[in-house]
Write a protein that binds this ligand. Sequence first.
Ligand SMILES: [Zn+2]
Length: 227
Amino acid sequence: MKTALVIGAHPDDPEFGVGGTVAAWGEKGWEFHYLIVTDGSKGTPDATQDPCLLIQTRQQEQQKAAQMLGVKSVEFLGLPDGEVQADQNLLEKLVAILRKRKPYAVFTHNPEALEYRRPGSRPQIAHRDHRAVGQCVLDAVYPVARDPHYFPAHHAAGLTAHKVREVYLWGSPQANVRVDIRHTLNRKLDAIVQHQSQIAADHPRILKSRQSGRPAHEYFLRLRISP
Ligand SMILES: [Zn+2]
């Protein structure tokens, strides 16, 4: 059995990026965990919305969505939405979690994508948090989590160095892995619509996807870390 950690910038990013794969590989015995970096507090066009309430709502939505996909745990770093910096502070937090969970694989945002494409909608500029999280996760995986002289205080806390074997980046134009999600697309969509504050269950994009059975695949750029 392999363990994977999915690291998303916002609640709902894992479902859009990798939800079909989580369901499909979960059926094969993979164990998935989630880490959500920000609090999602700016994810609304409504200026009157209370950000504290939105944070709670989005965490609950994320928990439900993860549950539907068989995810074993969800952790929230709670950084302010829209303000992620790929700095030492975030790096230390990511490395601590990698050393605690010891995943075989990590799934996250492609830091180099300037555009973010969702099936059935126009490309958008890639969110700054997505780029920053992707970058910091790559740094955390290699070489920082692997080499014990980075953040030596971790060792005293029982967080020993850990080598992740594979990284899967979603949203990459250079994808080299294609995962068939035809059998899990509906579970992915069911999980996406748990994020009621972000998307309605009868949103035309959701209905079209259910009707057409597309997308049939999720695509990733897989990077391997040599033994
Ligand atoms: Zn996002």
